[in-house]
Write a protein that binds this ligand. Sequence first.
Ligand code: CMP
Length: 142
Amino acid sequence: MAKERTLSIIKPDAVEKRYTGKIIDHLLREGFDILAMQQIHLTTAQAEGFYAVHRERGFFRELVTFMTRSPVVVLVLEAENAIQKYRDVIGATDPAQAAEGTIRKLYGTSKGENAMHGSDSPENAAVEIGYFFPGYVIAPRS
Ligand code: CMP
């Protein structure tokens, strides 16, 4: 199984509740390596661009308003099979449906305020990593 990279966002609800440290610890204990990380307060244009694929969805405006409410923490994570592994670790989109012990079950409150974002495919991960870390060269790990 090859190493993969995925983009992770700790969303405003979780940052506001000061869960950042607990969530990063959870990710490290699951075996993810952190290749890059930044805390930023997204502009409306940045959030709209990031979620452009959801533009026509009924929840789009609510999603953009939420994601720009306060800072987020954006991380590039690496692990074997990182895309699927990360999705397993964060759990289902709706925290009420998420498995026990997953990050969304532990720290999310609703489908919108669900603590974490994760890339859903290697192709989208590459696009999403480039969105937040444009031109960023992540040095090969020795
Ligand atoms: P995320 O992984 O960030 O990708 C798109 C987001 O849209 C998703 O997590 C949810 O937080 C959000 N979302 C999906 N469905 C709804 C909904 N019905 N109402 C509000 N937000 C939603």
